[in-house]
Design a protein around this ligand. Structure first.
Ligand SMILES: N[C@@H](CCC(=O)N[C@@H](CS)C(=O)NCC(=O)O)C(=O)O
Length: 341
């Protein structure tokens, strides 16, 4: 029996590792599991020690390492030819391999904007690029199901490598409340009912209890925390400053700049705070880098910047960052039910 060890990270968040793990567990293949803690600063170095790409999953087969989830899935199929890792029927087998490969390289938008977070339950609106990807995903599921009508609830009837490759998208559809048609929904239900998947879910939840939560808001998704994926991009200008001793016109100029920003195209919102020691942070949010540049170039703002360097501040730091995710907590909101399935 081959000596197998699968390296992975936190089960709540790792979509790629879910694939080989599901296959191994579903088909009852014995393997050792080494799971790195995502939030541990040592983890990247530990992963690099076993993975040429610095990424997991990695499967150790004896003294060989296999990386890339699709290559691992193929290796498992090679090692266990007696198991139906890929569908048995040649036509379905070709079809299954095509969608597995498409999944491996595609769906970048959905992946980026609906990152896997098993415990999360929210509802987001998709922009057109992500809607297109979801439509193609549904089309992929529907084509496979049409190829395997009446043969069982999975893509090609019985659970196979194709289902394992697509399973992480099932979790994204559930986590982000994405609308899908009946065929995709029935396939998702089949994935969530699979004992191997349910074991992964239980182990993910158990890990969330003991691992640092930094990367895992879903676990603490307690009903009135909202994860919002903005309709479009959002860029933050983070301005930290240390006030010089009082300049009488500072308050008036600062108020004027805040009012000016709010009239600029592409302005979304801002928030500002300053302590008694004169240290302050203002973060403003914008639709694009071009809008930020336009505000910077505005003549009134230019005068204020000059005064800032000349009189208002002893130092400042300004950073522009892209907002990848927005999570909001509001204790005054009605808690929402968050069901686990
Ligand atoms: N294409 C790779 C992607 C693997 C991947 O991105 N893995 C993530 C975890 S789900 C990772 O290791 N991230 C660590 C990092 O990027 O530093 C595969 O199919 O295995």
């Amino acid at each position: 029996m081959p000596d197998l060890e699968l390296f992975l990270v936190d089960k709540n968040d790792t979509s790629w590792s879910l694939r080989p793990w599901l296959l191994l567990v579903h088909f009852g293949i014995p393997f050792a599991e080494t799971s790195f803690v995502a939030a541990d600063p040592e983890t990247p170095a530990r992963i690099r020690a076993v993975s040429p790409t610095g990424r997991v999953p990695v499967l150790r087969v004896g003294n060989r390492l296999v990386w890339e989830s699709l290559a691992i899935v193929e290796t498992i199929a090679d090692l266990y030819p007696e198991l139906s890792i890929w569908p048995r029927k040649p036509g379905q087998r070709m079809h299954a391999r095509s969608i597995a490969a498409e999944m491996h390289v595609g769906f970048a938008e959905l992946r980026r904007h609906c990152t896997m977070n098993l415990a999360l339950r929210t509802r987001v609106e998709l922009d057109p690029a992500r809607r297109d990807e979801l439509a193609r995903f549904e089309n992929m599921v529907e084509m496979a199901r049409a190829d395997a009508r009446d043969e069982g609830p999975f893509l090609f009837g019985a659970f196979s490598a194709a289902d394992a490759m697509l399973a992480p998208v099932a979790t994204r559809i559930v986590s982000y409340g994405l609308e899908v048609g009946a065929v995709t929904r029935a396939w998702i239900d089949a994935v969530y009912a699979l004992p191997a998947f349910q074991r992964w879910e239980r182990e993910a939840a158990a890990e969330c209890e003991v691992r640092p939560v930094a990367a895992r808001i879903g676990k603490r998704f307690d009903g009135n925390v909202q994860e919002r994926v903005p309709a479009g991009p959002s860029y933050a200008v983070i301005f930290e400053s240390q006030r010089a001793s009082e300049a009488s016109d500072y308050g008036e100029v600062a108020d004027r700049m805040e009012a000016l920003a709010a009239t600029m195209p592409g302005y979304q919102s801002h928030v500002s705070a300053r302590g008694a020691d004169g240290f302050g942070i203002t973060v403003s949010y914008w639709d694009s880098l071009e809008h930020i540049a336009a505000f910077r170039a505005h003549a009134d703002h230019g005068n204020a910047q000059n005064a800032g360097r000349g009189r208002y501040y002893t130092r400042y730091d300004l950073r522009v960052a892209r907002v990848e995710r927005h999570v909001a907590f509001d204790a005054t909101r009605e808690p929402r039910r968050t069901e686990r399935r």
